[in-house]
Design a binder for this molecule. Structure first.
Ligand SMILES: Cc1cc2nc3c(=O)[nH]c(=O)nc-3n(C[C@H](O)[C@H](O)[C@H](O)COP(=O)(O)O)c2cc1C
Ligand code: SF4
Length: 451
């Protein structure tokens, strides 16, 4: 038991009116910005490096290292772009943070922009989060009026303009290079890398793209210092993490946990998910958003070596994809014993097929094939050979595409077959189960593709 997590990001979320500038300031808001503006940009980057913070958008790349890669050619502007596209199924933590404490993100944006030498920055917000866009715009307006944005911020001589850009309405626009294309007014198609955005990003200029939670975490890091932040968490998984918990649990919601918390404690303690609803047993968990491999109960609670599984990048990844998974975006979906893994997988596959941008054949064609084969299972036409065909199709995507969306579609399929093959077999052999699934789709007016 790690005990109560010290909240760094959601310490103020319960305070009435905290989305307003005056209330945020009454509770210490923008004091860290004042401190940061007196420091040098290089020393701020150094603190972020020391903190060990890893990107909270999914890949977990060290933030300080990414910042130090930023090219600084003479006379060329640099940009900071906040990725608030948040479209990964099961992930809703950035929405919560922006809705409750928009000024925490704005304070983080100003400090980070100053550290990176950017004078223009953007928050690219998922288009469907229309009300969040309004909340952010209002908060930015307040910040301009108080001299926290614009020219000569708080008398420091530093200038920053901050803009909110509504997203293009596609999951792929969350991939950082597709996001930059979309921000430039084009269709959100991922770019071939290299060059990476740190060298040639927005308008061809050096750009850092970071997730909402990553940028918000810069505020407590500068407040307490990188070394202190690095003491929180476990090993190379430092600090706290927002987890959006959903599915068949008693208490779905957004939780701030200290990295290293045992998975079992997160699922069953009253402080977090409060156990499985209706007294059912747990069947499986998708720990980091729909893109990461699903794990059955025995593997999500313990590693293959029998160690308790922890909420950390390393522990969740232990065993590779044979027995492990990923922390990903922190979209934690819990399934009870009554869940059909095949039906759930079909829903994911439909999503990825719909969201593929179509540039690469393995992803464009593979996602369509996976959806069609899975439809055969739930429609009662599949044979045992279709399990092998599905495995074959997914295995031809990884490592052969421009961006990781193809892999994000393939990994869940591989994991479902690896850990729940018997459920696919049951669909082939059990007409009653198929009838039940068809009934479910009719009831929910869900369309299914032609097989
Ligand atoms: C298909 C796809 C969708 C993504 N969606 C998001 C997203 O909504 N938010 C996000 O922060 N990162 C998303 N990412 C990851 C970004 O490409 C990028 O790694 C991230 O914004 C970097 O920020 P971080 O280092 O702070 O995590 C997505 C990646 C892919 C491949
Ligand atoms: S992997 Fe899929 S989404 Fe990514 S660029 Fe290729 S076709 Fe587009």
């Amino acid at each position: 038991m790690l005990g109560m997590t010290k909240k760094l990001l959601l310490a103020l979320d319960h305070i009435e009116g905290i989305s307003k500038l005056d209330v945020y300031r009454q509770h210490g808001g923008y004091a860290v910005l004042q401190k940061a503006l007196k420091a040098t940009p290089e020393s701020l980057v150094e603190e972020v490096k020391k903190s060990g913070l890893r990107g909270r958008g999914g890949a977990g790349f060290p933030t300080g290292m990414k910042w130090s890669f930023l090219a600084k050619p003479e006379g060329v502007p640099r940009y900071l772009v906040c990725n608030a596209d948040e479209s990964e199924p099961g992930t809703f933590k950035d929405r919560y943070l922006m809705e409750r404490i928009p000024h925490l993100l704005i304070e983080g944006m100003i400090i980070s922009s100053f550290a990176l030498g950017a004078n223009t920055s953007y928050i690219y917000v998922r288009g469907e989060y229309y009300y969040i866009i309004k909340i952010l715009e209002k908060a930015i307006e307040e910040a301009y009026a108080a001299g926290l944005l614009g020219k000569n911020i708080l008398g420091s001589g530093y200038d920053l303009n901050l803009y909110v850009q509504p997203g293009g309405g596609a999951y792929i626009c969350g991939e950082e290079t597709a996001l930059l294309e979309s921000l430039e007014g084009k269709r959100g198609n991922p770019r071939i890398k290299p060059p990476f955005p740190a060298v040639a990003g927005l308008w061809g200029c050096p750009t850092v793209v970071n997730n909402v939670e990553t940028i918000a975490a810069v505020v407590p890091i500068i407040q307490m210092g990188g070394d202190e932040y690095a003491k929180i968490g476990i090993g190379k998984s430092t600090g706290t993490k927002l987890i959006s918990a959903s599915g068949h649990i008693n208490k779905p919601g957004v939780y701030e946990i200290e990295l290293g918390l045992p998975v079992e404690e997160f699922i069953y303690s009253e402080q977090y998910c409060g156990g499985i609803r209706n007294g059912k047993k747990m069947k499986a968990v998708v720990a980091g958003g729909s893109s990461v491999p699903i794990l059955p109960t025995e593997l999500i609670l313990k590693t293959a070596a029998g160690e308790p599984r922890l909420m950390s990048y390393e522990s969740l990844g232990d065993g590779g994809f044979a027995t492990g998974t990923m922390l990903g975006s922190g979209g934690f979906i819990v399934y009870d014993e009554d869940t059909s893994i095949v039906k759930n997988l079909f829903t994911f596959a439909r999503f990825y097929h719909h969201e593929s941008c179509g540039q690469c054949s393995p992803c464009r064609e593979g996602t369509g094939w996976m959806e069609k084969i899975l439809h055969k299972f739930i429609d009662g036409h599949a044979t045992l050979a279709d399990i092998d065909l599905l495995w074959d199709v997914q295995s031809k995507i990884e490592g052969k595409t421009i961006c990781p969306l193809g892999e994000a579609a393939a990994w869940p399929v591989a994991a479902a077959i690896r850990h729940f093959r018997h459920e696919f077999e049951a669909y082939v052999n059990n007409p009653a189960a198929i009838k039940q699934v068809k009934h479910y789709y009719r009831l929910n007016k869900l369309e299914v593709v032609n097989s």
